[in-house]
Design a protein around this ligand. Sequence first.
Ligand code: ARG
Length: 589
Amino acid sequence: MEKLIDLISEQVSAAFEAAGYDPALGRVSVSARPDLCEYQCNGAMPAAKQYHKAPIVIAEDVVARLRKNPAFLTVEAVKPGFINLRLAPETVSDYVNQMASAEKFGLQEEAEKKTVVIDYGGANVAKPLHVGHIRPAIIGEAVKRIERYFGNRVIGDVHLGDWGLQMGLIIEGIRAKNPDLPYFDPDHQGEYPAEPPFTISELEQIYPAASARSKEDPEFSARAHEATLKLQQGDPGYMAIWRHVMNVSVADLKKNYGNLNVEFDLWKGESDAEPYIADMVRYLKDGGYAVESQGALVVEVQEPEDKKEVPPCIILKSDGATLYATTDLATLVQREQDYHPDKVLYVVDKRQALHFEQVFRTAKKSKIIRPETKLQFLGFGTMNGKDGKPFKTRDGGVMRLEYLISEITDTVKARILENNIISGDAVDEIAGIIAVAALKYGDLSNLATKDYAFDMDRFSAFEGNTGPYILYTIVRIKSILSKYAEQTGMSADGLSILPPETALEKDLMLQISRFQDNLALAYRDTQPNVVCAYIYELSGAVNRFYHDTRILSEADPAKQAGYIALIHLACRVLETCIDLLGFSAPEKM
Ligand code: ARG
């Protein structure tokens, strides 16, 4: 379906043309003064310059041609030359009725479907998921769902950090505790043990201990670097440890991401780039893209128009070791081979902007990817505590994601118990659902690129611009729908929305009609926060309508059916939007 605003613009443009003016001047916008009108057109102002007439004269010319148009309730020319429009009630109800029966509420999908790889999550194996991993998971998941909603073929890849120095540190950490394990015996024959030599909680201690030790003990640090290199060269014992680490970690990561409704299509990691590295390095050298510099192999990416220095992209260190940029480039080689993507989108901490600038420039310059492939970096800001400093536990440690989720679940649970609506086992389940909404909405409602302050009390409040408030609106509508079904034996499906009789009813319809406009913006600009702002507005319109209207005690069955159809559509739109944001609503709350 066309957007309502475009349909209105077409009418106004036709009126400009009929009055002898350029139809392009007929573009309308949502009114900046909702007390005066619903839509406005400011085209008479630029027209005044073009046609050497007073803007109000032009506005009146146009208005004269719109007055008889049944799509409008009122059309006014206002000094200095605004055209103020109110839509006929039928225009609005017809539009939302069409939305109700259309697929995806009439949203126009991408005309040319694209293949999009989204690289998000980015957890590092063997390190517990901490608060720094929450944003890439939440934002990436929402962006992925929005891209997919527009009809694209979207592949979400977690791109685990599983090939760098942390693996060498873990290997040396394990050796320090237990040097007699077969993995360290160069003469070991046959299979290695099937059981991992650690549990997830042991593993989570090994890494920080080894990392701390490497900072104080240069010999240990050197051994960890060496172990990393040996692993990357395929040492069988180290590879066996690596597989254990992967199995134990990935199972734990899947559980943690699952709790957040975050699902990846691919569980690839930096290690998967390894088989592509040797050929890629040769290609970069042979093509003359990579040059030697102080023993290292680098690609120069500085451009004459750069205002700042952009250092060369290092492909191999002087000892031959690969780096973060090497695996990212080789991963692009692999993605190009496997998927031939139109776009690769990275949802990563904005402090890595320079790294991605270097990688993108290298990939383009060396034609690792096609010139038309879009490489996009969505760099997100830091989640801070209320004090504006990076979020920490009470004793100043790094906050683990699990603890954060359980803290917010407890806060929500206390609120539910206060409300006294739910009891028994359902409380925990529902608290879990609301907590995810609180956390995700709290994050997504901010512009991704900005830092923001995590505020448990505010995010979990049932009123205000919060996830729980949106859920509450949905739950309220569902409860009315089920009471209606009990009263009348009728379901809301198939009922028609009637032309609005009150301002609040009309406003709710207008809000619903803007679904596509907002989704298109969120999609175009990769900004899930636009969807949050939209559902907050829409929820406000639902609740104002609800307080203003006796729905269940309405005596006229036709009118009542119209109300039910309207809130039912609002509910479907809200549920679609929260699904795109990656959370869901409980049955009650
Ligand atoms: N593991 C990385 C980190 O924790 C993030 C990975 C982002 N993705 C990428 N292709 N580099 O910083």
